[in-house]
Design a protein around this ligand. Structure first.
Ligand code: GLA
Length: 383
């Protein structure tokens, strides 16, 4: 929706007042490599895409937060930002208000309309985009001038403490700081980052959505975090110099005298081997070696599926079918348990290939996957 359309909805739902309406947009994201390592001190390589959450916001005199969602048609009015167990989506807004409040920044009451075209539960970070859009908007309309990095960290805390998903920093960070045409190599331990141009001439990235919806809260996401933490504690007893699991070696995971249980061994093997894949990926992206980039995507998927166990039958099926068709690389992205597969292939093949995969997918699962193409875009902004 454009400004005019959003403004019209806002005026209709909440009736006009004299306050200026402002508009903010936050993108979804993909991730090239570095999956499920952003809570283990790892390096991640995400990029923002041109799917977005857009909000129109203006202050009000109604002494209530009034929030309307175009996609669900729900209107929520509340005099406080208290947790709402009936309308879970509104907690992304309340969580952000709450985090600002903890820093002594009390938000004025406002009217807000939200619209988005980031598919939900598809591993493209629609919830982080919503949080970052709201956090950035509140900072701007109150003149608080939070930096983009601060906006990212505050939004992550909202998700961890208010929404209850113990996510890492990757999604909020890339959504807050992204640059058109670039992916960002973020060290999630130091929060230092660099931009890399996402260009492989003659090749293209695209997505196939399995349409299996995951919910990070209901899924085993929080369990994985616990397993990673306990694996790390066991390894650290023997290697006290380590500050994160990411710095350990795959052999540490397998070392029987360290006493990791089977699940911990597998999780630690994924996290530690991802370090090597990521290093390789950055080298090959820099030198434009698309074949190697693709190969690493397949290796990453294998590790996520077998060792980290965050894939599912449907996404495994899509990756296997694409491999059999000779694409350069493919892997599930994001939290997992469904959602999207990221694909790298020669330009110009995707439509024909997708039709084939779609037919086979339907035969097996009686549902239709969806094809998304995207451009690498900017982070959160006022528009
Ligand atoms: C979700 C989380 C991120 C990250 C990914 C997996 O998107 O929000 O913090 O852990 O899963 O890499």
């Amino acid at each position: 929706m454009n400004q005019e359309e959003l403004a019209k909805v806002l005026q209709t739902e909440f009736s006009p007042n004299g306050e200026t309406i402002r508009f903010f947009s936050a993108p979804g994201r993909i991730n090239i490599i570095g999956e499920h390592v952003d809570y283990a001190g790892g390096i991640v390589l995400p990029a923002a895409i041109d799917f977005s959450i857009r909000i129109a916001i203006r202050k009000n005199e109604a002494r209530k937060f009034r929030i309307f969602s175009v996609s669900t048609g729900e209107k929520i009015e509340s005099p406080s930002a208290a947790y709402d167990s009936k309308h879970s989506w509104v907690n992304y807004v309340y969580g952000v208000i709450d985090e600002f409040q903890k820093l002594g920044r009390v938000a004025d009451f406002f009217d807000l309309v939200v619209w988005g075209n980031i598919p939900q539960g598809a591993g493209l970070s629609s919830s982080a985009a919503f949080e970052v859009a709201v956090a950035f908007a509140l900072s701007e309309i109150h003149g608080w001038n939070f930096s983009r990095e601060e906006i990212a960290l505050l939004s992550q805390r909202a998700e961890n403490r208010f929404v209850g998903v113990n996510c890492g920093i990757m999604d909020q960070f890339v959504i807050a700081t992204a640059k058109e045409g670039f992916c960002i190599a973020l060290n999630t331990e130091s929060l230092r980052y660099e931009f890399y141009e996402m260009r492989l001439d003659g090749y293209e990235f695209y997505l196939i959505d399995s349409k299996v919806k995951h919910s990070l809260k209901d899924s085993a996401y929080n369990d994985r975090r616990k397993e990673v933490e306990s694996a790390f504690q066991k390894i650290k007893k023997h290697r006290p110099e380590l500050t994160t699991l990411y710095q350990a070696e795959p052999e540490d995971a397998e070392n029987s005298s360290f006493g990791l249980n089977e699940a911990e061994i597998q999780r630690a093997r994924h996290v530690t081997s991802e370090r090597y894949r990521t290093r390789n990926m950055i080298e090959n992206l820099k030198s434009g070696n698309a074949k190697e980039v693709g190969k690493i995507l397949f290796e990453c998927h294998d590790s996520l599926s077998k060792d980290y166990e965050v894939s599912c039958e449907e996404t495994d099926f899509i990756v296997e079918e694409l491999k059999a068709e000779g694409v350069l690389g493919a892997r599930m992205i994001g939290g997992g348990f469904g959602g999207c597969v990221l694909i790298l292939d020669k330009e110009g093949r995707k439509d024909i290939l997708f039709e084939k995969i779609k037919a086979r997918y339907f035969k097996k699962f009686e549902s239709n996957p969806e094809l998304y193409t995207f451009r690498i875009s900017d982070g959160v902004k006022e528009f």
